[in-house]
Write a protein that binds this ligand. Structure first.
Ligand code: DGL
Length: 259
């Protein structure tokens, strides 16, 4: 049986990329909701509808687990999806706890989409883990649009990030949390802007560990011929040009992983 990865768009490839390294004998489905991306600037009700549609499709493919490789969709809809379906559903939350655990003294900047930043789920998480009030939240919605149009490194990306980070005294920070899977594509520009005392923290490895744990418990890990089937909002991606575009995203993630 296959494992499904779902995101509003192509950010979730960063989690799939991690999963393929950790699970080289599994078959994957990657579902990008390209008809509706971005989610982070829409209403919660709209996103709930998109996620429900994607889940209907993925559950009909008889997958053994669904990874919601999207912090925004997790924030808005994962509880409802777990209520509706009995297969393992692994969500993602900005890795604020991990960032605080790494240092515990300096400030932590959690970046995410506007929906995630405003959502109750993140508010509750921060209340729980940030006892010393070290966390600041910064929405970066424009990065999702840059990523979707494959504009990873440009003057516009640099200027957008420089302006967004300008109000922060970055020498006081130990970590920047990539709380949206689309943000992984911009680690090179972020690295140029951040002082060396600030490290990156994302939830990708933790999400994959949780996926493995849940499949292991069920005795559902497999050692077969690895494959990935790509879908855009339920339509199979078969065109060579589009597949090579996806390949370029994965190659970039490979480079970003080393930063
Ligand atoms: N990749 C998504 C996340 O992790 C959301 C991006 C969007 O559609 O706004 O939050």
């Amino acid at each position: 049986m296959k494992i499904a990865f779902f995101d509003s768009g192509l950010g979730g490839l960063s989690v799939l990329h991690e999963a393929r390294l950790a699970l080289p004998g599994e078959q994957f489905i990657f579902y990008a909701d390209e008809d509706h991306v971005p989610y982070g600037t829409k209403t919660r009700a709209e996103v709930q509808g998109f996620v429900a549609q994607a889940f209907d499709f993925l559950v009909a493919q008889d997958v053994k687990a669904i990874v919601v490789a999207c912090n925004t969709a997790t924030s808005v809809a994962v509880a409802e999806m777990r209520h509706r379906y009995s297969i393992p559903i692994i969500g993602m939350e900005p890795a604020a706890k991990r960032a605080l655990d790494l240092d515990g003294e300096h400030r932590v900047l959690v970046t995410a989409t506007p929906i995630t930043v405003k959502g109750n789920k993140l508010k509750l998480l921060i209340e729980h883990v940030d006892k010393d009030h070290l966390v600041d939240l910064l929405p970066l919605p424009q990065l999702v649009e840059f990523a979707e149009r494959q504009e990873f490194k440009s003057q516009a990306v640099y200027d957008y990030l420089a302006k967004a980070l300008a109000p922060y005294e970055l020498s006081e920070y130990s970590a920047l949390v990539l709380g949206c899977t689309h943000f992984n594509y911009f680690k090179d520009t972020l690295r140029e802007l951040l002082p060396p005392n600030v490290s990156f923290v994302d939830g990708n490895a933790g999400t994959v560990r949780e996926l493995i744990r849940q499949l292991e418990v069920r005795g559902q890990l497999e050692q077969g011929e690895p494959t990935v089937d790509y879908y855009y909002s339920g339509r199979p991606v078969t065109e060579a040009k589009e597949l090579s575009r996806l390949h370029a995203y994965l190659e970039r993630l490979d480079r970003m992983r080393r930063i």
